[in-house]
Design a protein around this ligand. Structure first.
Ligand code: NAD
Length: 504
């Protein structure tokens, strides 16, 4: 090929790339334009701005609901819930199955809304849509298997029959990092058992939840059963609703600080509470780990969702014998992350949620380096629009660095080294948190023995992912109360009732 042919080829592929980008922009604009910005339809005129973290531009202005609006939403969900509780399990299951089908049919729209409001690369947004849909399908199936029990009174004279009843009206508060999965993980079990719900998404990412609610209604969920309240007054909202005795259950995913406030508020009316709170996951790599698996697992556990995940590997602790090779391989893989707008082809690391996050990563990196950490790659926030931070690796992070003692929530990896198993366990357990942890060792007995000693609700063994609809997701210590997903997640929305059947 001549130089001219080469040049033509380059120009043609650049033109194709421009066309693809233009089409993608149009499709994502159409997805955003399709969102109904006020599902309560109470005539609210106040609005707030939702921004695209990749550009900083305003993409939508949903209704900013007042406390009075929220109380109307509660009254509606409460009334609709009473009727819904009398439907059969089969009816509720059928509706959820239809919702699953509609979500899959509308996955292109949903994925684009997620990427535009939250920033994650489109491929990951598709992953979240499937993960979120899987909760809906799982609870469509679980709805049909209501747990119950009976046993004879050991003293005779009666039979003890145990059933589970819907708990009543639920308050569901979700964070911005998985706007769809965190919503369906709560809404689907509530619907499955027969509860009404008031849902409050994070003000940074309310749009996905609005689409999810629309889909549930299209699937046959009564319009008033699931009420989405979009508001910037999160604390006023929870104060008013948690003080209302109609709320019988609160399920919250977010920071430990807010979770503690809600638990305090729950005390007044003794509201059953599920709290999925902050994490500080240790990822332990032992000398006998399969190096490639450990590197891949650590990259997934660090970079999934741009590191903005409560189960993200927060402290990567590596045994000294394998540490140099691990750091080499891990740094190489982190360098391969392609940073950019999540809508663009080939991007694997999107923007972070806001400027506050960018400043916090810069501060953590500077502090760690000042205290002696070795910056292996990244460390900077590129100039320009949007909120971006490079995939970053810090090695030999000292214990007194701030990054070693805080939830990072971004694409910055902090590596420290250890000598013995005992030291690894001590360090892993040395925080107030206990959500996820990860262990890499080819000796399965060793891995399990160590896993048993970790303060954690979930342990990934030789893999960097713990999330699964069939597994009970949740933490210990300051990471929370209760579980979501699996059969345990359904029970969070039920009361146990027992009937003492007298026998002669
Ligand atoms: P956040 O606590 O700031 O916000 C979570 C939700 O609570 C949002 O809807 C927010 O509007 C609302 N909120 C804020 N203040 C409130 C108040 N005073 N009363 C009632 N609601 C209030 O958390 P975030 O920044 O959105 O999310 C990040 C945090 O969430 C991290 O700590 C992360 O680890 C945690 N998280 C935990 C899980 C889990 O399953 N354990 C999953 C995702 C995120």
């Amino acid at each position: 090929m001549s130089a001219r042919d080469d040049q033509q080829l380059i120009e043609r592929s650049a033109a194709v790339a421009r066309d693809v980008a233009q089409q993608e922009r149009e499709r994502s604009d159409a997805a955003i334009a399709s969102v109904v910005l006020d599902r309560l339809e109470l005539g609210t005129t106040d609005t707030f701005e939702v921004h695209d973290p990749a550009t900083g531009r305003v993409i939508a202005t949903p209704a900013d609901h007042s406390i009075d609006d929220a109380l109307v939403a509660l009254a509606r969900a409460d009334a609709a819930g009473r009727a819904w509780a009398r439907t059969t399990a089969r009816q509720r299951s059928d509706v959820l199955h239809r919702a699953y089908g509609l979500i899959i049919e509308q996955k292109d729209r949903l994925a684009r809304v997620i990427t535009r409001e939250m920033g994650k690369p489109l491929a990951e947004a598709y992953g979240e849509v499937q993960y979120a849909a899987d909760y809906v399908r799982w609870y469509a199936e679980e709805a049909l298997r209501p747990a119950g029990n009976y046993r004879e009174n050991p003293a005779g004279g009666s039979t003890i029959l145990t059933t589970r009843a819907p708990i009543g009206t639920t308050l569901l508060i979700t964070p911005w990092n998985f706007p769809m999965a965190m919503a369906t993980r709560k809404i689907a079990p509530a619907i499955a058992v027969g509860c009404g719900a008031v849902v409050k998404p994070a003000a940074l990412t309310p749009l996905t939840t609005l689409v999810v609610a629309e889909i549930f209604v299209e699937a046959g969920v009564p319009a008033e059963l699931v009420q989405v309240v979009t508001t910037t007054d999160a604390s006023g909202f929870s104060k008013a609703l948690m003080a209302d005795a109609r709320v019988r259950k609160v399920s919250f995913t977010g920071s430990t600080g807010v979770g503690s406030v809600l638990l305090g508020q729950a005390a007044k009316h003794v509201i059953k509470s599920s709290m999925e709170l902050g994490g500080n996951a240790p990822l332990l790599v032992f000398d006998d780990a399969d190096l490639e698996r450990a590197v891949e697992g650590a990259v997934v556990a660090k970079l999934r969702n741009g590191g903005q995940s409560c189960v993200a590997a927060n402290r990567i602790l590596v045994q000294s014998g394998i540490a140099d090779a691990f750091v080499e391989g891990f740094t190489e893989r982190m360098r391969q992350a392609v940073l950019g707008n999540g809508l663009a082809e080939g991007v694997t690391l999107g923007p972070v949620i806001d400027d506050r996050a960018v400043s916090s990563f810069s501060r953590l990196v500077d502090d760690a380096v000042a205290k002696g950490a070795d910056l292996r790659t990244g460390g900077a926030a590129p100039e320009g629009d949007g909120h971006f931070f490079e995939a970053t690796v810090l090695d030999r992070v000292p214990d007194d660095a701030e990054i070693a003692n805080t939830e990072i929530f971004g694409p910055v990896a902090a590596i420290a080294r250890f000598e013995s198993e005992h030291e690894a366990i001590e360090r892993a357990n040395s925080t107030p948190f206990g959500l996820a942890s990860y262990v890499f060792s080819q000796d399965i007995d060793r891995a399990l023995n160590i896993a048993d000693q970790l303060d954690a609700g979930m342990v990934g063994i030789n893999q960097g992912i713990v999330s699964n609809v069939a597994a009970p997701f949740g933490g210990v210590k300051a990471s929370g109360l209760g579980r979501e997903g699996s059969g345990e997640g359904l029970e969070e929305y039920q009361e146990i009732r027992f009937y003492n059947l007298g026998r002669r």
